[in-house]
Ligand binder design. Structure first.
Ligand SMILES: Cc1cc2nc3c(=O)[nH]c(=O)nc-3n(C[C@H](O)[C@H](O)[C@H](O)COP(=O)(O)OP(=O)(O)OC[C@H]3O[C@@H](n4cnc5c(N)ncnc54)[C@H](O)[C@@H]3O)c2cc1C
Length: 164
């Protein structure tokens, strides 16, 4: 069942162009993560199905999306690489999956302060490659470093190599 109105779909299409889809096959793919929910949990969450999928490319676009979603009362489900496996990316109330695939840059590196400013969808391995160009490296990272994002890890309360 599609929960978005035709006006809402039109707004998403006008804002995101070909970085938005309501194709059923895509919505189904983006309604899963890497894990398999335990059988005791499955009945509680039903069969999650996103209503649409978007890929913002800038902070301004993301801001517009959040303002729209609040106004329209549409759930947003942020998604990195879906490696957490705990169901955080499942659209249990429908809504719009926000795939951070295109927001994957290092915005700034401050060698003196030993900090980096990253876009949310950057994969750790890429961030580390950029840091190494400046003679730096990550202080801590998950073992899913080749395929998980900075924001997904932070939102998940991650730990990993170097945490201790
Ligand atoms: C082989 C393997 C090894 C792993 N090793 C570790 C490890 O050493 N340490 C560890 O902590 N975890 C580990 N994990 C779990 C997982 O990889 C990490 O938690 C990872 O950092 C999640 O990143 P992700 O991009 O896949 O996030 P996702 O699974 O896509 O998202 C995780 C949560 O963050 C939210 N989220 C994603 N992006 C945003 C955003 N931009 N804004 C707000 N919320 C957002 C999602 O809604 C979801 O609730 C491992 C997993 C695998 C498969």
């Amino acid at each position: 069942m599609q929960n978005l109105s035709s006006e809402q779909i039109a707004w998403l299409a006008a804002t995101f162009g070909n970085r938005m889809t309501t194709r059923r096959v895509e919505r189904k793919l983006y309604s899963h993560d890497i894990g398999e929910m335990p059988s005791m949990i499955k009945p509680l969450i039903g069969t999650p199905m996103a209503d649409a999928l978007v890929q913002p490319a800038s902070e301004a676009e993301l801001l517009a999306l959040v303002q729209w979603a609040v106004q329209e009362n549409v759930p947003l489900i942020p998604r990195g690489k879906a490696t957490s496996g705990y169901g955080g990316v499942l659209p249990v109330k429908g809504g719009v999956v926000v795939d951070f695939f295109r927001m994957d840059k290092v915005l700034a590196i401050n060698i003196e302060a030993q900090t980096a400013t990253l876009q949310p969808g950057i994969v750790w391995e890429k961030a580390d490659r950029e840091l190494k160009k400046q003679g730096m490296t990550l202080r801590t990272y998950p073992s899913s470093y080749p395929s998980s994002t900075a924001a997904g890890w932070l939102a998940q309360g991650g730990a990993g190599f170097g945490s201790l």
